[in-house]
Design a protein around this ligand. Structure first.
Ligand SMILES: [Zn+2]
Length: 269
């Protein structure tokens, strides 16, 4: 039999599948891998919470601070007063393993957050909006509630996952996984976690003042204010809708039989 040389068929190296379908498969595949990695990290953090006690966490992070946080001067009177206030509130939670530290973030956007090791960050923007010690006490008490339920660690895990993802996608360096992670973190809190933190915070306010007057006054003002106030967008994106929140807090206080009226303390600065 004679060998007849033949050209191979045209396009032998080209797959039969349409290139868009192939690109799609690649994207879906990468997304699936990312989701699997993300879920594994979240799962590992949940698992770690069983083994890393709050006491361990308090020790591990006792001096930790996000590197991208810009704080106010250390001799700021508000910082001093707020630390005294949070210490008073925390004294009504004697089982707490945390040595709560307060820092003021030099940002005009109203926000407050709970970070590992018992660090509470309150922004200048939020301090500008509070009008009495009782209002501030509730904001701090709410953050203490996140520590009690360890929401801050769960959400931080998610925050880190998202920061890593953004770093990969945008090509940013991941050294700055700090406040960015913390910020996304707070978006991760569920409604249930938020209302449990509210109830805990109310309980602390009641223990401290003997009533819950003005605990939700800040949110009442926000609820009636023009919603175009962009400053509040961040706080509201990380916390429940002010109107709903006020109703729920009032209901909880009534259920517990806490006094709704009492002496209101002015801010200490
Ligand atoms: Zn919260």
């Amino acid at each position: 039999m004679r060998f007849e040389p033949r050209q191979p068929k045209e396009g032998i190296n080209v797959s039969d599948t349409h290139p868009l379908v192939e690109a799609g498969t690649l994207v879906v595949g990468l997304a699936a891998i990312f989701v699997i990695i993300a879920l594994s990290i979240i799962f590992l953090i949940e698992a770690a919470l069983y083994y890393v006690t709050a006491e361990d966490e308090a020790k591990l992070f006792s001096n930790w601070m996000p590197d991208d946080l810009v704080t106010v001067a250390p001799d700021d009177e508000r910082l001093y007063q707020m630390q005294l206030l949070v210490d008073r509130l925390a004294s009504h939670w004697p089982e707490s393993p945390y040595d709560i530290r307060v820092e003021i973030d030099d940002s005009d956007v109203a926000n407050a957050m709970a970070l590992p090791g018992g660090l509470i960050i309150v922004t200048q923007g939020l301090l500008d909006q509070v009008e009495s010690e009782n209002e501030l006490a509730f904001v701090l008490g709410h953050e203490l509630g996140h520590f009690r339920n360890r929401d801050h660690l769960r959400a931080l895990g998610r925050g880190i996952v998202f920061s890593l993802f953004f770093a990969v996608v945008t090509g940013d360096d991941i050294g700055g996984v700090g406040i960015k992670a913390a910020d996304i973190t707070l978006r991760g809190f569920s409604r249930r976690q938020e209302s449990e933190a509210d109830e805990f915070g109310l309980g602390l306010a009641n223990a401290e003042y003997g009533h819950v007057d003005q605990s939700w006054r800040l949110f009442e003002r926000w609820d009636t204010q023009d919603s175009s106030m962009i400053d509040l967008a961040i706080y509201l994106s990380t916390h429940p809708d002010s109107g709903d929140r006020v109703i729920k807090m009032k209901q909880h206080a009534e259920l517990e039989g806490w006094r709704l009226q009492g002496d209101v303390k002015p801010l200490g600065w």
